[in-house]
Design a protein around this ligand. Sequence first.
Ligand code: 13P
Length: 253
Amino acid sequence: MRTPIIVGNWKMNLNRAEAVALADALVAAIRAAIGGKNVEVGACPPSVYLDCVGHRLAGSPIGLGAQNMYHQPSGAFTGETSPKMLRDLGCKYVILGHSERRQFFAETDAEVFKKTRAALVHGLVPIVCVGESLAQRQAGKTHDVVAAQFQGSLSGLSAEEIAVCVIAYEPVWAIGTGVVATPQQAQEVHLDLRKLLLSRYNSRVASAVRIQYGGSVNAQNAADLLQKPDVDGALVGGASLKAADFLKIVSVA
Ligand code: 13P
């Protein structure tokens, strides 16, 4: 049985006071939202607020996560954040290879792979994102695109390493658009990913790795998505900025 995992990606939003207030609102109500269920919850604030938000989340069931990192542990890499630093701040998760990083910062599968391995070496749980664009879906290339991203970003990991990772299927056309994938569309790609895990690794890995869906998840559509057998959680953008909406998503998980 895979434990569902709901993670908020706050992206480049909020100021410090707002980030702290959101963390406090989540902590105040998270136990009630979880309600004794087996569900894992994470929040990924902007990197400059990891420290203050981490202090507010400490001792709560909400794990702290970062939205990106560099693969080196330290050194002359101006402007970057290392996996060691994220651990130092109490991070449990790090989102890697988000489509916004692939699109706006030209991140490649090879870089995502290096980051994923470095995150694992330092004890972080990587949340590795894959997903096709609208043009790719319309051209019938969804499977090929996701398979290539899996191949380049993940398949170099050992079975022990991949078992720790979370994969997030985030179709680019669904991110921030309000156009959510149908539960069936999500399930199809999630099953595809599970088959890729089976053919590259083994049935133990394929049944253990959690695959989140991300892209316009909200308090209204989460339940239908999460009901699908291979949808093991959600990576939530916009709706994670409102405590009540995010908590509702946690409560239906
Ligand atoms: P939205 O939920 O705002 O569509 O963003 C999804 C996302 O990119 C999460 O990483």
